[in-house]
Design a protein around this ligand. Structure first.
Ligand code: ATP
Length: 231
């Protein structure tokens, strides 16, 4: 509710209001610099809001630390993958499940690997030496290992080959099918809208349009054209 975020003198979000229903998929779209990543960082506790309030699953998370928000079930897959490139695949997964009770960690890791077979025979490989798509799979596996209630996925397909993007979207669709709420921030507008129920278009730090994903194509077009026309 009325979220604002400032980076020093630069205000990146202005009075953003957004409700995401449980189990829904929201595509957050907008031109470069519109404030999408800032929104994701604020909701996951990585940057503080200068005003406004955020509630997740009934809990006020406005001033919560990132680990508290993560433990509440909200996982952020940041732009640029958010893995530890110097650690092995296995250690990356171990780090992801640290917040779980000890007895549940091993099972959670095995479950994540089962969802992403490509990681199975790479447990000891240094994460940073895997291909971009494999790293993205690891990032998603890390997110899903803790069976989150909600994922905010920021530009998951950035820099990936089209076939690999397909695989990433397939896994997101799987997460949706098991009831995970998803906010997907994407450059591939069409793909994101296919997966989403709702669409939010950001423009210069504000929500400029919200509605059904099926109604969004024209609004997206207008917004992007408007943005480039004003550059
Ligand atoms: P993109 O699609 O290019 O990733 P975005 O919609 O995710 O863009 P943000 O990264 O949230 O946009 O940026 C929103 C605004 O905040 C931009 O004007 C950006 O320059 C500014 N900004 C982002 N991060 C910082 C920072 N750490 N310090 C200062 N300004 C920042």
């Amino acid at each position: 509710e009325n979220m604002s975020v400032k980076y020093g003198p630069v205000q990146a979000l202005f009075d953003v209001n957004l409700t995401v229903n449980k189990g829904s998929v929201v595509a957050m779209l907008g031109a470069n610099g519109a404030g999408k990543s800032t929104f994701a960082r604020a909701v996951s506790g990585l940057v503080p809001v200068s005003a406004g309030k955020m509630t997740f699953d009934g809990q006020n998370i406005t001033k919560s630390q990132p680990h508290t928000i993560r433990n509440a079930g909200l996982t952020h897959v940041p732009e640029g993958r958010g893995i530890f490139p110097g650690l092995s695949v296995a250690d990356n997964l171990k780090m992801a499940v640290r917040g779980l009770e000890k007895g549940k960690r091993e099972g959670a890791i095995e479950q994540a690997i089962a969802m992403f077979p490509v990681l199975g025979n790479r447990r000891s490989q240094r994460a940073g030496s895997m291909s971009g798509g494999e790293q993205q799979m690891l990032a998603l596996a890390r997110a899903l290992a803790v069976t989150p209630k909600m994922i905010i996925a920021d530009e998951m397909s950035l820099g990936l080959a089209p076939m690999v993007v397909d695989a990433v979207f397939e896994r997101l669709d799987y997460a949706r099918s098991i009831g995970v709420t998803i906010i997907i921030i994407e450059q591939f507008v069409h793909r994101a809208l296919q997966l989403a129920d709702q669409c939010v278009i950001m423009r210069r730090g504000e929500v400029s349009w919200t509605g059904a994903a099926s109604d969004a194509e024209q609004a997206v077009l207008d917004s992007y054209l408007g943005e480039s026309a004003s550059v």
